[in-house]
Write a protein that binds this ligand. Structure first.
Ligand SMILES: C[S@@+](CC[C@H](N)C(=O)[O-])C[C@H]1O[C@@H](n2cnc3c(N)ncnc32)[C@H](O)[C@@H]1O
Length: 437
């Protein structure tokens, strides 16, 4: 049934009778109250005076996002949000150097409301052409989908992407091994930035799909129907060259367009006189990307470069998202920045970026990453990582940051204090690299 083609009439009647549903739980506060959440007091502590000016913020993201509502350079101007929040694992996380990174201890309704409040604010920051991607695992993805339908509207749900996150493990539990996590993709409206991603054809996949060679030109092609499901009363429902579309179908093109295609040699006529359209391999950009992503496992061998921050995501996966859902110069925001994967990839792709995290280790990791890039995972495993030690030479060709930066910290007793020495160290590393340009 799932791959069947519903009749047009049955779809219409279903739409008229849709009864909306919500997720109710204790502690769910009204949207109006979320929009009045107190703002963060932000202090700029480091600046790199180049254009564009990206923002890295050490702060509690709820208050930081709330303060962005009053910033007309951000509110309604963000093209893309990617977040990879805590997953309600009930665990705390450490870096590969065994330093505390962050807690992920909220569960149930407390977790859902934590995320919901941030999602409400994030929606306000998106431009009308904007998109949001939320990375979760199998524990909360289904509940968050319902919350997202409430906030963004189910009509703005685009995909639930399944990502293969790791190689198969030897599971001893009585269940299937878990190698997947999930990315919910929503847009603010139905007029959104979309640069269709394609996977290139391999020789085998191309040969399987495109089996014919045009004698006159040598071009490789496949044959596809020129009709589509559904009955039409207009020109596409009428006979073309004396042939009616098959029962329950219509021509995909008007008779005039079909004539033009035939004149160009783009219609194949079977020996029994049935028309089919020729689709040429050399006109194809590849196979359009689907909603199962198998190629973006997180660090899984010793040559892969990482920062050593826990739960660090595959930069190529973020690259796919940024390329598909933003254009150069657009603002990309990550409110759970971690090791700064989104920031680093956005920088590489010429986007402006905003990264927020309330872990001091995350901010230190991002500064290090911007200055010096990442290191092979084997170095962490073998204890050779320089991440913890002072760099002998700061002139790193792996430097990520090429544009400007403002680093803010939130003034609040809730966050771990950052000493003047640390700030001075970050400042000199960042500005030293920036002045090399
Ligand atoms: C799963 S990690 C993100 C990893 C990141 N995607 C990467 O590639 O490195 C989640 C991050 O959210 C941060 N975080 C959790 N709660 C936060 C909050 N309320 N405000 C700001 N950051 C928060 C944590 O400190 C942690 O760094």
């Amino acid at each position: 049934m799932a791959t069947g083609i519903p009749s047009r009439n049955s779809r219409k009647s279903q739409k008229q009778n849709v009864i909306p549903f919500r997720l109710e739980y204790e502690g769910k506060i009204p949207i109006e109250d979320i929009l009045k959440i107190p703002v963060a007091k932000l202090h700029r502590i480091i600046s790199i005076d180049q254009h564009p000016r990206n923002r890295l913020i050490y702060g509690e993201n709820l208050r930081v996002l709330s303060s962005f509502l009053n910033d007309d350079t951000i509110a309604g101007k963000v093209s893309l949000i990617y977040i990879d929040p805590p997953y309600a694992t009930g665990s705390s996380f450490e870096s590969r150097q065994r330093d505390h990174a962050y807690h992920d201890l909220m569960e149930g309704a407390e977790y859902l409301e934590f995320l919901r409040q941030r999602l409400v604010l994030l929606r306000e920051l998106l431009s009308d052409e904007g998109s949001i991607y939320i990375h979760l695992d199998d524990k909360m993805a289904c509940a968050v989908k319902i919350i997202m339908d409430e906030i963004f509207g189910s009509k703005n749900f685009r995909n639930l992407i399944t990502r293969k996150k790791c190689n198969p493990k030897n599971y001893t539990r009585k269940q299937y091994g878990n190698t997947a996590d999930y990315i919910l993709f929503y847009t603010k409206t139905d007029n959104y930035i979309w640069n269709q991603p394609f996977n290139p054809w391999t020789e085998t996949t191309a040969k399987k799909e495109y089996q014919y060679v045009e004698k006159e030109t040598g071009r490789v092609y496949k044959k596809v129907p020129v009709h589509a499901p559904g009955v039409r009363k207009g020109a596409t429902g009428q006979p073309w060259r004396g042939i009616l579309p098959p029962p329950g179908k219509h021509w995909q093109y008007t008779p005039e367009t079909l004539d033009e295609m035939d004149a160009r040699g783009e219609i194949y006529w079977s020996p029994t006189g049935n028309p089919r359209r020729k689709v040429y391999l050399d006109n194809s950009q590849g196979i359009s990307v689907q909603d199962i992503w198998l190629d973006f496992k997180d660090a899984h061998n010793q040559n892969i470069k990482i920062t050593g921050y826990p739960t660090e995501k595959n930069p190529d996966m973020i690259k796919r998202i940024i390329l598909a859902s933003s254009n150069e110069g657009d603002i990309v925001l990550d409110a759970f920045a971690g090791s700064g994967t989104t920031a680093a990839v956005a920088e590489e792709l010429g986007r402006k970026w905003i990264a927020i995290d309330n872990s001091q280790l995350a901010i230190a990791t991002i500064v290090q990453r911007l200055v010096k890039g990442t290191e092979a995972m084997g170095d962490f495993i073998n204890g050779n990582s320089s991440a913890k030690h002072e760099q002998k030479c700061l002139i790193g060709i792996n430097r990520i940051l090429r544009s400007g930066l403002d680093l803010y910290i939130e003034e609040t007793p809730e966050l771990d204090f950052i000493s003047d020495n640390v700030i001075h160290d970050w400042d000199s590393k960042l500005n030293f690299q920036a002045n090399l340009v």
